[in-house]
Design a protein around this ligand. Sequence first.
Ligand SMILES: [Zn+2]
Ligand SMILES: [Zn+2]
Length: 444
Amino acid sequence: MTLPKFLLAAALTAVASAQASTSKELEVVYPDAHALYLDLHQNPELSAHETQTAAKLAARLRSAGFDVTEHLGGTGVVAILKNGPGPTIMLRTELDALPVEEKTGLPYASKVRTKDDAGRDVAVMHACGHDLHMAALLGTAEIMARSKDTWRGTLMLIGQPAEETVGGAEGMVRDGLFTRFPKPDAAVALHVGNDYPAGMVAITPGTYNTNADSVRIVIYGKGGHGAKPDTAIDPIVIAARTILALQTIVSREVKPGEMAVVTVGYIQAGTKNNIIPDQAEMGLTVRTYKQDVRKQVLSAIARITKAEAAAAGAPREPSVDRLEGTDSVYNNPALAEHLRSALEAALGKNNVATAEPITPSEDFSVFVEQGIPGFYFSLGGADPEKLAQAKATGTALPSNHSPLFAPDVDPALRTAIAAEVAVLRNLLNISMEELHKLTATPHP
Ligand SMILES: [Zn+2]
Ligand SMILES: [Zn+2]
C-alpha cells in the first residue's frame, strides 16, 4: 500500500516528534539509569540472594514517586504508580546475576566472589544483562513519573528474583503479586542479547521460546560379577538401548516440521570394569514449542524407557521423573502486532525487526499463565560494528551467560528506555475495553 504524500509526511512528522520528545526526556533520566547500571554491574548477586540489588532498585523507585513494597517472594520488589482510571500494565525486570567469572576486561568488570548455595566459592557476574534491564526500568520509571499527563491507569513495575534458577516468578505470584496488588491487564518485559545491534529491538508474535523439561531416569538391573553376566541383568546395556531408542521419538514419532529436542545430557552407572552395577541413571533435557508435542514427547520417553527395561527382564520398572520445567513464553500475537507500530514510531521503522522463536527458557511464562496477556521482546545489545564484523567472518559474538558478554551499554540502555516508554504509553492510553478486545485471542 502506498500512502498519499500528505499522510506520509504527517506520519514521518509524528515519528520524528515521538523520537524527539523521547530523546529529550531520555537525556534527563539517563545519567541516573547509567549510574545504577555501573553500580549493579560491579555488585552482582546470585539468584534468590539479590538483597542489596533489590534495596537499591526499591529506594530509587520510591524517590521517583512510586509506592514500593519489598521482600515479595523473597527479594522481589513491586512499585506502583496510580494515575487515574485505566488499565494496569506491568513491566518486569529480573534482579539476579550468574556464577560466572567476568573476563570482559572492562574498567567496571565485576570482581565479586561469594559462596553459592552448595557452599562453593564462585565468581559472580551480570552475564545475562539483568543489570541493564534494571537500569532501563529505572529510567522508564522516572520518565513515566515525570509525564503523568501523557498516560492514565496504573503502572506496576516489578523486580523479580531468581530468574536464572527458575522459581522467582512463581515465588512472587504465590506471595500475592496478583492478589495483594492489582492484577495487570498486560505484562511487558524485554531481554538484551547479541543477536541484534544496539539501537534495535525485535518482536516475536506468538511463541517466543521453548517449553523446557528436565527428566531423570533410573534403570534398575541386577548386579553381579562382570565375568558372569548370566547371573545379572545389566542396566548399562538397557540404558544404552534406551538412549538409542529415545532418538526415534523426534525422528519417527513427532510430526515433521514440529520442533522437539531430546538430549541425554548425562549417564552414570558402575564403579569398576569387572562389576555389573545394579542401576544406571541418566538426565535428559527436552525442548518443545507446543503443549501437545511436549506431552507426546514426555509420554514417549516414559513408554520407551519402561518397555526397554521390560524387554531385558529388569526386576523393577524404571523411574522416570520430570524434575523441573518451564513453560514457553507466549506473546499475544494481536498485542505484539499492535505494539510493533508504537516501537516503530519511537525507534524508527528499520530498528524494529521480527525474530524467530529461541530455545533458551524463561519464567516470564508464569505471569502469562495467570491469564495476563504478555509482550516479551528482544533488545539488541551488540556493538553494531563488532556484530557486522562477526557476521562477515561467520563467527558469533559472546552470548548471554558467557564470561565475555558485554552489551554496548550506551545505545542499548537508551533504546531499552525509549522502547519501554513507547510500549507503556501506548498501552496506558487504551481503554480497558479496547485492550481486552485486542488481547482476546486465547493462549493455545
Ligand atoms: Zn540468563
Ligand atoms: Zn536473562
